[in-house]
Design a protein around this ligand. Structure first.
Ligand code: ADP
Ligand code: MG
Length: 255
């Protein structure tokens, strides 16, 4: 598989009036095209910090991050899509205007790009809500809309920071399933950060377990399920609990 991203010896500390907080220590991994990496780790270990570095929002103190052989920098990385816990949909815009916003800001809105976004709304069951306001959508539909807005810019890689954690449990299961299916169907590479082990196993092709802060990679576990299984079906398959127990043990080394 083609290598897409290379993270090599990355360390990062926050410097504040109170002193220095080391957040990441010597992180190494590579991302290949089509991977769905799920990063899990204890709360506060540095997961969001790591994603901010991958997105180029923060600069590593040591080490380097390359995307297609080019250094990721703060000057804007259009091939990186970033999705957060809060969907940041604007109430004063319709659903259609929301999903087109990224294209509009980047001056890439034309008949062709608009058409492709409207097609995604159709494929993923939101077309009939295109003139609605975000508040008229369910939590799950809002996350789907947020994902379509991110995909509209055709990113090479999607970074997802606990995108389902604001949803109630039931919704989280179905939205996780939907978002996983959309990412697979669109053939995207994704990195998901989550504190929810089951979510990681139900979606990932590989799990990276981080240590306590300052985070380093504690172990990497490849996840193999039959290609055709959805995230929900994975949860019900016999291998699921074996993966769960293995990763649980790894995480609890730090408790
Ligand atoms: P996680 O996402 O794994 O919960 P974060 O990456 O958000 O962890 O934070 C890692 C550590 O860095 C925490 O101890 C947090 O308090 C600290 N931290 C995060 N952001 C800042 C900041 N802007 N300034 C200072 N410390 C920060
Ligand atoms: Mg976080």
């Amino acid at each position: 598989m083609e290598q897409l991203m290379d993270i090599s010896h990355v360390s990062y500390s926050y410097h504040t009036m109170q002193g220095e907080t080391p957040a990441l220590s010597n992180i190494n991994f590579t991302v290949h095209k089509g991977d769905f990496l799920a990063i899990v780790g204890p709360s506060g270990c540095g997961k969001s910090t790591l994603l901010s570095l991958l997105a180029g929002l923060l600069e590593p103190e040591h080490g380097s991050i390359f995307l297609y052989g080019q250094k990721v920098s703060q000057k804007g990385n259009r091939s990186i899509g970033y999705m957060l816990q809060h969907d940041h949909l604007f109430e004063w815009r319709t659903v259609e205007k929301n999903v087109l916003l990224g294209l509009e800001i980047q001056h890439k809105l034309c008949a062709e790009t608009r058409e492709s976004v409207l097609d995604m709304l159709k494929t993923y069951g939101l077309y009939q809500f295109k003139d609605a306001r975000p508040s008229q959508l369910s939590g799950g539909m809002r996350q789907r809309a947020a994902l379509i807005r991110t995909l509209a810019l055709k990113p090479e890689i999607l970074l997802l920071d606990e995108p389902f954690s604001a949803l109630d449990y039931q919704t989280r299961l179905t939205v996780g399933n939907d978002i996983g299916a959309i990412i697979k169907k669109e053939g995207k590479t994704a990195i998901l950060v989550t504190h929810d082990l089951s979510e990681a196993i139900s979606l990932g092709t590989q799990i990276i377990v981080l240590s306590r802060r300052p985070a380093s990679v504690s172990t990497t576990i490849p996840i193999r399920f039959s290609e055709t299984l959805s995230a929900l079906e994975r949860r019900n398959s016999p291998e699921f609990k074996d993966y769960f127990n293995k990763i649980w043990k790894e995480l609890n080394k730090y408790e």
